[in-house]
Ligand binder design. Sequence first.
Ligand SMILES: *Cc1c(COP(=O)(O)O)cnc(C)c1O
Length: 402
Amino acid sequence: MAKLNENFFKLKKNYLFIEIAKRIKAYSETNPEKAKRLIRMGIGDVTLPLAPAVVEAMQKACAEMGVKETFRGYEDSGAGYDFLKEAISKYYKGFGADVSADEIRISDGAKSDCGNIIDIFGSGNIVLVTDPAYPVYVDSNIMNGNEVIFANSTEENGFAAMPDKNVKADLIYLCSPNNPTGSAYTYAQLKEWVDYATANNAVIIYDAAYEAFITEDDVPRSIFCVEGAKKCAIEICSLSKTAGFTGTRCGYTVIPNELVQKDSAGQDVRLADIWARRQGSKFNGVSYPVQRGAEAVFSAEGQKQCRENIAYYQENARIIASACDELGIKYTGGVNSPYIWLKCPNGMDSWAFFDKLLSEIQVVGTPGAGFGKNGGNWFRLTAFSTHELTKEAMERLKGLLK
Ligand SMILES: *Cc1c(COP(=O)(O)O)cnc(C)c1O
């Protein structure tokens, strides 16, 4: 009989988006007319199309694949083509992080690497995750049988959890700018985490999926902008939000050559070597046309076009933030991220606030409770809609709460 990985039974039900869909359906069935005005501000997916430079590069690469002389099969290493790794290395240099091409591995996105990276660590580690958080960090550790402890992101600390010297962790997940709270660590805050990890010989797994949304000068675009990080951190990034690659699939993970831990015999081991071995056994790389499309993201033209899309979303974030300002609603985010994380009025529970917005103004957001216990009275609105719908939703919100 095949035994099962019963850690899966310990996972919380994937309840959030199923429950949201269920409530929208129930509402739409009983209120078909009103349901026609639904505005969805809950989605965490981009809506603008790929940049023309990206599409053109992918089309050209597809054409190459159809010609004997330029056809490509398996990539040698599966770690990504040099042309793309060089382009990413140069991109890092542009914001002051020294990352060489051989420290980068191309992936099919950040979600898989965030989950799979655990394979290189043994059992018995204490894993620290901020609460609230992107669910992948907790779920993938539970699947592997790891214990997870939490660092609280709360209103008091601006939803930017900081290290506690009395807590000893071996692995630390940080996401900045953060999904769902939109908050982002400054250089000084991130330095505290790097110092904590260094003191504890811990490894930080840093999810930088929203780095392209950063606007403030004191917020680093990469953890490797912080001194000491190359000895304690792994950075996982993605083109999903940067360049609208959610359906195209491409990301990258940086494991610095300097990042070593001791094995049980006391020998220094480079984490990049174990990850390379893991990926070499279980992953055969990202398709050539997608890597060419990704390369185009980092070209001058691609950057200009992608920045325009990001600016479009940032304007939506500004519209939401200014409505919250007008209403006196507390919130984090919006400045360095496409998310506004707002406090439900009058101490309302996040699901009750969800129901109120759905039934009274037909606006759909995401209840904070779905991201962890500290989200119980908070609510996420996303900037991935159109200007028109975002404005309309905010007018309705003002009408409801003023
Ligand atoms: C969207 C998102 C990602 C990107 O995941 P992909 O697999 O690259 O699409 C990673 N981390 C967070 C926190 C996200 O919200």
